[in-house]
Write a protein that binds this ligand. Structure first.
Ligand SMILES: Nc1nc2c(ncn2[C@@H]2O[C@H](COP(=O)(O)OP(=O)(O)O)[C@@H](O)[C@H]2O)c(=O)[nH]1
Ligand SMILES: [Mg+2]
Length: 218
C-alpha cells in the first residue's frame, strides 16, 4: 500500500558526479523474510536510521525518483527490507526504521529478526549509512545500532538529515556536537557526519561520492 508521496520536491534534480548516480534505479523487492532477499552477488549499501529520520526521502533524492522508496507519514510502518538495484551494478537497501516506541513488541521482534538475518547473511554488504536527524542528535536507539555494528565490525557513514530545518549557526553547532559524540562512541565511523537535505538537495553530490567510494572497496 503506497502512502501519498510526501517527498520534499522543491529542489531541481541533482546531477551527481559518480558513474552510478543518475542511472535508473529499480525497486527489486520488499522482503519480509530472508528467503525473499535477492542473490548476494552485488556490492550493497544499507541505509539505517530511526523511523521518520528521512530515509525514504533521501533514497528518493539520491535516485532522482519522487516515490521509489515510499515516504511514510506513519512512523514505524515500513517493516520490510526494500532492495533497489542501481544499474545492475550495486544495490541500495532500505532497512526498517527502528526506535519508535509505538511500533510495539510484536513488530519490534520482526524488525530484529529480519535485520539480524540481513546483517548475518549479506556477504556483499560494503557499509551502512546511518542517518541521524540533526535536530535530535544521537539517541539511545542509534547508540544501540552503533554497538551492534561494532560487534560485527561493520563500518558506517554517519549522515545528518533535514539540515534545512536549522539555520546556519545552530546547524554548525549541532554538527560539531554530533561529530564529537560519534568520536567518543565509536571508531567505525568512516568520516565526520555528512550534512544533507532532501528538501534542497544540499550534500547529495558529496554523499554520492562517498557511496561510490564505499561500493568500490573490498
Ligand atoms: N524539511 C525536510 N523534511 C524532510 C527531509 N527529509 C524528510 N523529510 C520529511 O520527514 C518526514 C519523514 O520522512 P521519510 O522519508 O518518510 O522518513 P523515514 O521514515 O526515515 O523513511 C516526511 O514528512 C518527509 O517529508 C528533509 O531533508 N527536509
Ligand atoms: Mg521510510
Amino acid at each position: 500500500m503506497n502512502e501519498p508521496d510526501a517527498t520534499p520536491s522543491t529542489a531541481a534534480p541533482t546531477s551527481p558526479p559518480g558513474s552510478l548516480a543518475g542511472h535508473p534505479a529499480l525497486f527489486l523487492v520488499g522482503a519480509v523474510s530472508r528467503h525473499q532477499f535477492p542473490p548476494d552477488d552485488l556490492p550493497e549499501i544499507a541505509f539505517a536510521g530511526r523511523s521518520n529520520v528521512g530515509k525514504s526521502s533521501l533514497l528518493n533524492r539520491l535516485l532522482n525518483r519522487r516515490n521509489l522508496a515510499r515516504v511514510s507519514r506513519t512512523p514505524g510502518r515500513t517493516r520490510e527490507i526494500n532492495f533497489f538495484s542501481i544499474r545492475d551494478q550495486a544495490r541500495f537497501v532500505d532497512l526498517p526504521g527502528y526506535g519508535f516506541a509505538a511500533v510495539g513488541r510484536q513488530q519490534r521482534l520482526v524488525w530484529d529478526r529480519i535485520a539480524e538475518s540481513y546483517f548475518n547473511e549479506r556477504r556483499c554488504l560494503r557499509g551502512v549509512i546511518l542517518l541521524i536527524d540533526l535536530r535530535r542528535g544521537l539517541l539511545d536507539s542509534d547508540l544501540e545500532l552503533i554497538a551492534y555494528l561494532e560487534t560485527r565490525g561493520i563500518g558506517f557513514l554517519p549522515v545528518a538529515t533535514k539540515i534545512d530545518k536549522l539555520n546556519a549557526n545552530p546547524r554548525r553547532q549541532a554538527l560539531l556536537v554530533l561529530e564529537k559524540e560519534l568520536k567518543q562512541q565509536t571508531k567505525l565511523a568512516m568520516s565526520p557526519p555528512l550534512a544533507v537535505s532532501s528538501l534542497d538537495s544540499s550534500g547529495i553530490p558529496t554523499l554520492w561520492e562517498q557511496l561510490e567510494k564505499i561500493l568500490s572497496t573490498g
